[in-house]
Design a protein around this ligand. Structure first.
Ligand code: AMP
Ligand code: GLY
Length: 419
């Protein structure tokens, strides 16, 4: 297959790199891509939101499969347009993508399917803020009902901060959501699904806070590891029967069945009961970087099977390994990232029998004079893969510690819960 990956982050490099190693794949194109996808294939200067530009590119390149990384083009209807043109697309149509595009819609679907999730109050009037805050005890969870690139959620015990976040949301969007706080440990399950069936990838655990010990501001994700031990066989069984089965039943029965990844963000309470924190309609970042290396069957076959509604015919297998991904961020991330600096040492990877470590690029580009330059908040990530988690974490740190980028930062405690 000729494959086109849409996007430019670490997730897209991980997809492009894994796809480029598949027997089923001839060549991987990426638009717009980054320094990593330029090595694993060919970059094309088409923006990930330029729907018609992507459709034209796919036609010109005679693409057999388009794999959409980010949510925004899916919400904007990229998959709908590709299917009109008869081009197989991994990623749901715009209606399916509303599960991420609107948290209120996702909540309505979960309630109708009796999927366990936090309670919620929709607030459309500033006069109702105080009585709503009285309904739930702190911490308060405030969510905007828009695609906010991971920045639309405030979790706080400070009533003034919660009040301000709620009133800001009403002013900006005309409505805002106040959610019940869920206690427990988080895990991410990537479910590749179509109308014929689904495949659950190994559960991983992201680290959303900037600083060690899960302190500091929320970020896009500072690292991850897999498989996550909190997702025990008992938790897995409950997640499948209480969340994944009902959602699959709903999504397979839509006029246009869901074909893509359903990212299930879980909170698992002390009794092992799973609750949905959020759905995303795409692979996670950095969950993709940490999860794809654990798949031993052909990823290209998995994604084209899904795009064609034939997952039930696909034989999914994994390696009995653990993996850990450490993200390297720019100085000032997440508020004011300083970019345009030279990156050195990222070409040194590990390949020693069953132990390996590699680099996935994100906010990194090659300059006109051939230098590797940072151009985003999350610059790259090192992923270690090994028979056990301790060794996988060590391998990832060995690689990331070698990398030189002025002012850069990475967390030192990735996988602490698993270890
Ligand atoms: P979301 O964008 O909905 O995933 O929220 C971002 C992060 O906020 C999640 O990964 C959680 O760490 C936290 N969060 C969101 N909703 C809740 C909730 N109801 N209870 C506790 N934490 C939450
Ligand atoms: N790592 C969180 C996400 O991809 O939404």
């Amino acid at each position: 297959m000729e494959v086109l990956v849409v996007g430019s982050g670490g997730r897209e490099h991980a997809l492009a790199l894994s796809l480029s190693e598949c027997d089923s794949v001839n060549h991987v194109h990426t638009c717009p891509g980054n320094a990593g996808t330029a090595i694993s294939g060919t970059n094309h200067k088409v923006d990930s939101m330029d729907i018609e530009g992507i459709v034209n590119l796919a036609k010109v390149l005679e693409i057999d499969l388009v794999v959409v990384g980010p949510e925004a083009p899916l919400v904007a209807g990229l998959s709908d347009r590709l299917s009109e043109e008869g081009i197989p697309c991994f990623g749901p149509d715009s209606k399916g993508a509303r599960l991420e595009g609107s948290k209120l819609y996702a909540k309505e679907i979960m309630q109708s399917m009796k999927v366990p999730t936090a309670g919620l109050i929709l607030i459309e009037n500033i006069d109702r803020i105080n009585e709503s805050l009285d309904t739930y005890s702190p911490p308060w969870v405030v969510k905007r009902d828009v695609l906010a690139g991971g920045k639309g959620v405030v979790v706080t015990t400070d009533r003034n901060e919660a009040y301000n976040a709620l009133s800001d949301g009403i002013v900006l969007d005309g409505k805002v959501l106040l959610e019940e706080f869920l206690n427990g440990e988080e895990a991410s399950v990537l479910v590749v699904m179509d109308e014929s069936g689904y495949v659950c990838l190994p559960a991983s655990q992201d680290h959303k806070r900037l600083l060690d010990g899960d302190n500091g501001p929320n970020t896009g994700g500072m690292g991850a590891y897999a498989p996550a031990p909190v997702y025990t066989p008992a938790v897995e069984q409950r997640t499948i029967s209480e969340i994944i089965e009902p959602m699959h039943h709903f999504l397979r029965n839509q006029d246009v069945p869901y074909r893509g990844c359903l990212y299930v963000g879980l909170m698992i309470d002390e009794n092992g009961a799973p609750f949905v924190v959020e759905f995303n309609v795409r692979f996670g970042d950095p969950e993709t970087q940490v999860t794809l290396p654990l798949i031993s069957s052909d990823l290209g076959e998995l994604l084209i099977s899904c795009a064609n509604g034939k997952i039930s015919e696909y034989d999914f297998t994994t390696f009995p390994y653990s993996s850990a991904t450490i993200v390297l961020s720019s100085e000032g991330y997440p508020s004011n990232s300083i970019t345009g600096r030279v990156i050195q040492g990222s070409e040194i990877t590990i390949e020693e029998g069953e132990i390996s470590a590699l680099v996935h690029y994100a906010g990194a580009v090659i300059s006109n004079d051939g230098k590797l330059i940072s151009n985003g908040g999350r610059v790259l990530a090192a992923t270690g893969i090994a028979p056990d988690l301790v060794t996988a974490v060590e391998a990832a740190y060995e690689v990331i510690e070698n990398i030189k980028l002025e002012g850069s930062y990475f967390r030192k405690d990735i996988a602490h819960r698993g270890l």
